[in-house]
Design a protein around this ligand. Structure first.
Ligand code: ZN
Length: 75
């Protein structure tokens, strides 16, 4: 099993939207992921650099992403 690295308290992280846990960082063979310590199925970022932004966007309770700014344009 890989070891979990806790994220520094001064870094803003949204709690897991499934269980409210603070995410941790894990090192995988492909890179670092930000993952829920309770269950990886809750959310895991893509392996690579530590991407807390991706975690925060996915776990925000009130998504800011629902403003439909860009529709797919047929090119
Ligand atoms: Zn969770």
């Amino acid at each position: 099993m890989s070891e979990s690295i806790s994220i520094q308290p001064n870094i803003h992280c949204e709690p897991c939207k499934e269980c409210g846990a603070r995410p941790v960082i894990e090192q995988t063979r492909k890179g670092f992921v930000v993952v829920c310590p309770t269950d990886k199925k809750h959310f895991t970022t893509k392996p690579g650099l530590v991407n807390i932004d991706e975690w925060n966007r996915a776990n925000k309770k009130s998504p800011v992403l629902n403003a439909p700014q860009y529709k797919n344009k047929a090119s």
